[in-house]
Design a binder for this molecule. Structure first.
Ligand code: ATP
Ligand code: MG
Length: 259
């Protein structure tokens, strides 16, 4: 079920990613609802112009600093993330010394194993979240995703949860954890509750975070703290909204409507 997309197609990249999500669904990596979430993200990416704006680079630097400053950072991986950027998320985990933990909204052993296989194929050595011996429940979360790994999210002080649902972000915050996210919708509950929100497409954000991690990983604790003090999540989210609204306005005001 692989459609050949011509390389000169104006929407080549977007269509390629869409194919990765669809084939991820056939491999049981992506849940059906993951397709809908992806479409919601695509709509916001159109407004960004499908490139990384300046404010998003700042959010990404902020996110990497926050993860580097953490004692026990962890990366929570779901089906969409595993389908879109498996190699990149594995590489980022290694650079940030953050283990990967599989944590699913639509939990099934089949999906967990499919995602694990995908991540191992992308170079991961160890995956948390699946071994019953190390599972614990978070009471704040009412569904199956409350199961977390006692070596990962349970003891983590900073959780990177790209493409996350608002309920879980809020629960992690209530538990006193720092939460870092990637979410194209600056108004989602996740964006609004996370400590660091990156308003960008994950396929651009994670490679850019890798570049930041390479540059910043040798900073001392004092330097990390000093740099972190220069960022403010709320004002960066406001920058995202201003960018989106101004871009729409300038498109509307051009003589000929084109992008
Ligand atoms: P919330 O629960 O936070 O209020 P929601 O219910 O709209 O938001 P979910 O489906 O729970 O959203 O989470 C998925 C989020 O991921 C959406 O906000 C969507 O815009 C975003 N998203 C989807 N695809 C991408 C992508 N490729 N890159 C970045 N963000 C994405
Ligand atoms: Mg939601």
């Amino acid at each position: 079920m692989n459609h050949e997309i011509p390389k000169d197609h104006p929407r080549y990249l977007s269509l390629t990613v869409r194919e990765a999500i669809i084939s991820g669904m056939h491999q049981k990596v992506v849940a059906e609802a993951g397709l809908i979430a992806h479409g919601r993200g695509e709509a916001f990416d159109y407004i960004l112009g499908e490139v990384t704006p300046e404010f998003a680079l700042k959010q990404e630097e902020f996110a990497v600093l926050k993860m580097l400053a953490a004692k026990k950072p962890v990366i929570s991986v779901n089906g969409n993330v595993a389908a879109m950027c498996p190699e990149e998320i594995v590489a980022l985990g290694k650079l940030l010394r953050a283990p990967l933990e599989i944590n699913l909204f639509y939990r099934s052993q089949e999906r967990e194993q499919a995602i694990k296989t995908k991540l191992i194929g992308a170079g991961a050595e160890k995956i948390l979240g699946l071994d019953p011996e190390f599972q614990e429940t978070i009471d704040e979360i009412s569904h199956l995703r409350r199961i977390v790994d006692t070596r990962g999210i349970a003891i983590s002080d900073c959780v990177f949860v790209p493409l996350e649902d608002g309920d879980r972000t809020q629960a992690l915050r209530h538990l006193g954890k720092n939460v870092v996210t990637v979410d194209l919708n600056p108004l989602s509950r996740t964006s609004l509750t996370a400590n660091v929100s990156i308003t960008n497409n994950i396929i651009r954000a994670v490679p850019e975070m890798i570049d930041f991690a390479k540059k910043l990983s040798n900073l001392s604790k004092a330097e990390l703290t000093e740099r972190l003090n220069q960022f403010n999540n709320e004002s960066l989210l406001q920058d995202a909204l201003i960018f989106m609204s101004e871009r729409l306005k300038s498109l509307a005001e051009t003589d000929k409507l084109t992008i």
